[in-house]
Structure formats: structure tokens, C-alpha cells
Design a protein around this ligand. Structure first.
Ligand code: GYE
Length: 351
């Protein structure tokens, strides 16, 4: 158990050190190499909306560096599917060896993926999913189980409410959603809605915050004006949570887990942004469900398998932790599976 804890801490700290919130978003970079013997990868990244995304782009750049034998062409879709489709068409024209797609939303990929298939270029989907009838349009997918992440957050809240004798109908919840139609939004929203229906929570409103701090703040300010009884905000990523906290404090309210005494509880996802993790240590964010962005090495393992003529798993889900400073919930059980909660303490090194 101690070893597991140490390993999780090491991972968390590694993310915290690498994931400084002030890192600017990555812009489109095009690096082309003509040297033979290199594997050329066209990566259509959906945008640069969050710290998670920046770290995800970084992970791809570090893994697929020239020094490591790759040509990486990255195109930033700037949150627009049309840009991503154009990028994929350009990759096909350039005759890249692999296309890696991090799709902004799930629908509408059939045509362009068929074009890649006709050109004989394998497509690897990372992070969010594509919703296509024909699975053969992509080689495989790697990313997170977003609905499971949402279930973990909801179960944490459920346990907290039991331990603190908070009646379900006294939990007045708002959801600041991610980009509508993105897998991360769909899964996290569904888990909250299901839990609200199951436990009888008062889910006041769900509004999109586009996974950004600015929108998170704006939406939270509006929700605070609208609902004086609001006492829990479920933010579908850390950047939205940072924005929501600003709005709550600007409104003269206090963030924290002590709902009975008027605090507003913040729940969040990712665990990448340094300030958000620090807030979780201090209890300003009650619980962060980890979403791991380090997909570069995972995509590389898939490419190595394909190069070796093997068939990688069609869907590869990443294991993820749960972080909280509230030390009375140490484990969550979801569908008979148990997940440990990593308890954050202020005496952790590097904080
Ligand atoms: O949680 C959020 C980002 O798709 C998992 O997108 C990703 C989500 C991540 O903007 O921060």
C-alpha cells in the first residue's frame, strides 16, 4: 500500500512539475523532414484550450522528436472540426506514414477517415473518441474512460454526503460542462446525471464552459446570480474550476467542502494544472479525478506494434487516480471495482 502511494505521489508530482499552469498554449507547428528512414506522423490536435491539452501536445512532441527518429507534423485545429478535416486531408496528400487524430467532438468523421483508409494510411485516435459505425475506419484508440471518471467524482460526493449527513435533496448542484459533443463532456455529464437521478440530488443546471478558465468564470458568475441555494459545482476540467473559484470568491462566497456552513464545494477533473492541484491540497477543490494526458509513449507503442505487423488492442483505457485532501474517504467502489483515493497533504515535497 505504501509503495502504491509512493508511486502515485511520484506520478502526481511529476505531472505537477511538468504541468506548470503558466505554460502558453502550443500553436500550429509544422516540422517536415525529408531524410529517409524516419516515420512521418501527422498529428491533428484539436486545440489548446487547457493545461491538459498543452501537456498532451508536449507529450507527443517529446515522444515523436527528430532525435528519436520521427518527423512530426502537428496541426492545431483551434476547436474546429473543419480545420481538423483539412489537416487530415493535407496529411493524406503529403503521404504521411500515420495519422494521429485527437478529435474535438465525436460525430462527423466518416468521410475523411474513409479517405485516409483509401489512401492506406493507418489512423490512431487519441483522447476523445470518434463515433463511427465502421470500426475499421481507424486502427485503434487510446484514452480515458470519461464516464468512469465522472462516476468516481459522483461516488466521492455520495460518500461525502453520507459521512456528513447531508440529505441528497440539499445538494444543489450545477455542472460546468466541457465542449459539447466531446467524449470527455459526454461521459462526465452522463455520470453526474445518472448519479443525480439515482441519489436524488438537486441538479440545478448544466451549462457549457468549453474546458476554459475564462468561460468557467463567466458561466459560474451567471449561475451564482441565478441560484442562491447553489452549493456544489461540478467542473468538467481544472481550468473551468479555476475560473469558477474566481467567480465564487468575487461574489463574496467561500469555496470548500463545508456545505452545511455555506461553503460551495468544487469538484474537478484532470490534476494537471499546478494551481488546481495546490487548491486540492488546501481543500478549495474538494476532489480532483485524474485525467492523464501523457499519450505520446502510448501512441508510440501502438505504432511500434503496427510496424511489427501486430494488431494492437482496439481500445486502450488508461488507469487514473482520484485526489482529495479529505482523509475520511480512502476508497471508492464502482460496479464492484474498488479505486483508492490519494489523500493530499500539505507536507508533500515540492509544494
Ligand atoms: O479533461 C480537458 C481538455 O479531452 C480529456 O479536454 C480531454 C479533456 C480534458 O480540454 O482539460
Amino acid at each position: 500500500m505504501k509503495k502504491l502511494y509512493a508511486a502515485m505521489m511520484a506520478f502526481l508530482l511529476c505531472i505537477m512539475v511538468a504541468g506548470c499552469g503558466s505554460t502558453p498554449a502550443t500553436n500550429a507547428i509544422s516540422e517536415t523532414e525529408t531524410e529517409d528512414g524516419r516515420i512521418t506522423i501527422g498529428f491533428s490536435q484539436l486545440g489548446a484550450e487547457s493545461d491538459w491539452r498543452s501537456m498532451n501536445t508536449e507529450s507527443m512532441k517529446t515522444t515523436f522528436s527528430t532525435a528519436r527518429g520521427y518527423n512530426l507534423i502537428i496541426e492545431d485545429g483551434q476547436q474546429k472540426q473543419a480545420n481538423q478535416i483539412t489537416a487530415i486531408r493535407n496529411f493524406i496528400q503529403q503521404g504521411v506514414d500515420y495519422i494521429v487524430l485527437a478529435p474535438v467532438t465525436e460525430n462527423g468523421w466518416e468521410t475523411v477517415l474513409s479517405e485516409a483508409q483509401d489512401a492506406g494510411i493507418p489512423v490512431i485516435i487519441v483522447d476523445r473518441m470518434v463515433a463511427v459505425e465502421d470500426d475499421s475506419l481507424f486502427s485503434c484508440w487510446v484514452g480515458s474512460d470519461f464516464e468512469l471518471e465522472g462516476k468516481k467524482a459522483a461516488e466521492w460526493l455520495h460518500q461525502y454526503s453520507i459521512l456528513n449527513e447531508l440529505a441528497p435533496e440539499t445538494l444543489h448542484i450545477v455542472n460546468i460542462q466541457g465542449t459539447l459533443g466531446a467524449s470527455a463532456q459526454l461521459g462526465r455529464t452522463k455520470a453526474l446525471e445518472d448519479a443525480a437521478a439515482e441519489f436524488g440530488w438537486d441538479l440545478l443546471e448544466e451549462a457549457p464552459g468549453d474546458f476554459t478558465q475564462a468561460k468557467g468564470e463567466e458561466v459560474m458568475a451567471e449561475l451564482l446570480d441565478k441560484y442562491s441555494q447553489l452549493n456544489v459545482v461540478y467542473c468538467e476540467n481544472d481550468n473551468e474550476a479555476l475560473g469558477a473559484i474566481e467567480a465564487i470568491e468575487d461574489a463574496g462566497r467561500v469555496v470548500g467542502s463545508d456545505i452545511a456552513n455555506g461553503e460551495i464545494m468544487v469538484l474537478s477533473f484532470d490534476g494537471v494544472n499546478r494551481s488546481a492541484v495546490q487548491y486540492a491540497v488546501e481543500g478549495k477543490i474538494s476532489c480532483i479525478t485524474e485525467c492523464n494526458p501523457l499519450h505520446g509513449p502510448r501512441v508510440e507503442a501502438i505504432i511500434e506494434a503496427l510496424e511489427a505487423g501486430q494488431t494492437p488492442e482496439k481500445f486502450e483505457y488508461v488507469d487514473e487516480a482520484i485526489y482529495s485532501c479529505f482523509d475520511q474517504i480512502t476508497e471508492l467502489t464502482i460496479q464492484n471495482q474498488s479505486y483508492p483515493v490519494t489523500i493530499l497533504t500539505p507536507d508533500m515535497p515540492e509544494l
